[in-house]
Design a protein around this ligand. Structure first.
Ligand SMILES: Cc1cc2nc3c(=O)[nH]c(=O)nc-3n(C[C@H](O)[C@H](O)[C@H](O)COP(=O)(O)OP(=O)(O)OC[C@H]3O[C@@H](n4cnc5c(N)ncnc54)[C@H](O)[C@@H]3O)c2cc1C
Length: 470
């Protein structure tokens, strides 16, 4: 049957794709099925009110905060689930005061509590464990209930700033899709300010052996009988507990064991280094499992336990951060500096981890802090009129971020960024001129208190005991 002829230029116009017909010469070196190579997809342009890049706790709360008065909000996330480090990275416990975050966060906690998927609130415990997959599911349901349809398996790959200092184009890709977004407001919650960096804004980054170290989470299950330990080639071995990479084991009543294992020597914002980190971590994990099965750990032998699951990605504590209108400093946290543009409250202590020491050598510097203020200016990319940056890539020095990076605080920063974006849209003003007071009112009306004295209960005993010891 003869097929109608399609001119190449019409084909390109019709499909928007660039198709190269392989020449006879090159085709001879290819398998016969690969005579046509398709490069790229058509690029579709979409205008949106608010674009949020990253579906971790900061991004999810940013999208919810921005979803007001039918503003069109797009939430872009490369993983197949929301939650970021809190799900894909395997971190299954909230630090920071979970009793005082904001209304949407309280809705999530209440649902998780109703289904017994989270530990009860205990102000004297610094971490509140939750069921990881349960949290992933109900986080998704929370977002959908707010009228936001997250775009999973999608990622921002480029961004451009115009001469007025506005991020005007954001290019995202997903299987079969290539979308050029033209957003009015942009929130970068990618954890490493990927978008801001791509748009040419100033960022800071400590790099390999200086950024906070990564850790891999995995779980073991009780097989009910003795397992046959094996140590694959290229995997490390150890003789004593003290030589191990820093390891934390958490035993659940179900018999499942969660293991957190430190990994050092890689740079999370360098794709090739991150790729190596994942593979290195898997080898280290196999060595550690062998050790647990054959030597045990802290006096307990795990000879009935086998690997059950590994987190979707290695856990990343610290990476690139934005240089904002204000770079929050460790001293400002310690001194509880007052900011007129306060939009979030940090409640966690400084939790620094030695970047270049693999073995357990104390976790690093752990300095108790009273609740402190986070200003809006630390969420605004320096010189930008429409770009907010929230979560662990907000504007702070490394020590300050060692406290701010916990999920309760990221959730507050994200929600504040979302409300700030809405306020800019409502007033038709750039970030530099927006009414901070109106943002603060919107936040407090939605349960995000900006009154430091309302946060004092969490970890009070620990803070007092440290003060008394001085
Ligand atoms: C080992 C470890 C243990 C920790 N323990 C705790 C703990 O016990 N309690 C606690 O509260 N916190 C803990 N933290 C810190 C906390 O989990 C994170 O700092 C926090 O979840 C960060 O949230 P975020 O939304 O800012 O960033 P992330 O959770 O990193 O989210 C960023 C999201 O952006 C997406 N993204 C990346 N690039 C792009 C792109 N180009 N386009 C679109 N999206 C993109 C990512 O896929 C990700 O989902 C721990 C962290 C680690 C690594």
């Amino acid at each position: 049957m003869s097929r109608p002829k399609i001119l190449r230029r019409n084909f390109v116009k019709k499909t928007g794709q660039f198709t190269l017909a392989a020449s006879a010469a090159s085709a001879s070196s290819m398998p016969s099925s690969a005579k046509t190579v398709t490069i790229g997809n058509s690029t579709e342009t979409r205008h949106v009110d608010v674009l949020v890049a990253g579906g971790g706790f900061a991004g999810v709360m940013a999208a919810i905060g921005a979803r007001q008065y039918d503003h069109q909000v797009v939430l872009i996330e490369p993983h197949n689930v929301l939650g970021g480090q809190g799900v894909a990275g395997g971190v299954a416990g909230f630090c920071g005061d979970t009793a005082r975050v904001n209304r949407p966060f309280a809705e999530l906690i209440s649902t998780l509590s109703n289904y017994n998927l989270i530990a009860p609130y205990n102000p004297n415990s610094d971490r509140r464990p939750y069921d990881l997959e349960g949290c992933a599911f109900f986080l998704q349901e929370l977002v959908l209930a707010k009228g936001i349809y997250p775009f999973l398996h999608a990622q921002v790959i480029d961004a451009r700033t115009d001469l007025d200092g506005r991020v005007c184009d954001v290019l995202a890709v997903a299987p079969g899709k290539r979308i050029l977004y033209r957003p009015k407001m942009v929130i970068d919650a990618t954890g490493d300010c990927f978008l801001a960096h791509a748009a040419g804004l100033q960022t800071m980054h400590e790099g390999k052996n200086a950024q906070l170290p990564m850790s891999l989470y995995f779980t073991l299950w009780d097989t009910g009988g003795a397992v046959k330990p094996f140590l694959p080639q290229n995997c490390p071995s150890w003789e004593h507990d003290e030589e191990l990479p820093m390891t934390t084991l958490h035993e659940f009543s179900s018999g499942k064991i969660e293991v957190k294992m430190k990994v050092i020597g890689f740079d999370s914002v360098d794709g090739e280094s991150l790729s190596k980190a994942e593979m290195h971590a898997r080898r280290q994990m196999m060595g550690l499992i062998y050790y647990l099965q054959t030597h045990g750990y802290r006096g307990k032998l795990y000879d009935r336990y086998a690997l059950a699951s590994v987190s979707r990605q290695i856990g990343i504590r610290g990476s690139r951060r934005i240089i904002g209108e204000h770079v929050l400093r460790e001293e400002e946290l310690k001194e509880r500096t007052r900011f007129n543009d306060i939009v979030a409250v940090g409640t966690y202590h400084i939790d620094y981890h030695w970047p270049d020491r693999l073995e357990r050598a104390g976790t690093g510097i752990t300095t108790p802090l009273d609740p402190y203020a986070i200003p809006l200016r630390s969420l605004i990319a320096k010189g930008s009129q429409n770009l907010l940056v929230a979560g662990r890539c907000a504007s702070a020095d490394q020590m300050a971020m060692s406290s701010m990076r916990v999920m309760a605080t990221c959730a507050q920063m994200g929600f504040a960024a979302g409300k700030a974006a809405v306020q800019c849209l409502d007033e038709g003003l750039p970030l530099s001129d927006v009414s901070v007071q109106k943002i603060q009112t919107a936040l407090t009306n939605d349960g995000q208190s900006l009154n430091l004295s309302q946060y004092g209960e969490y970890l009070k005993e620990q803070r007092e005991s440290v003060q008394n010891a001085k």
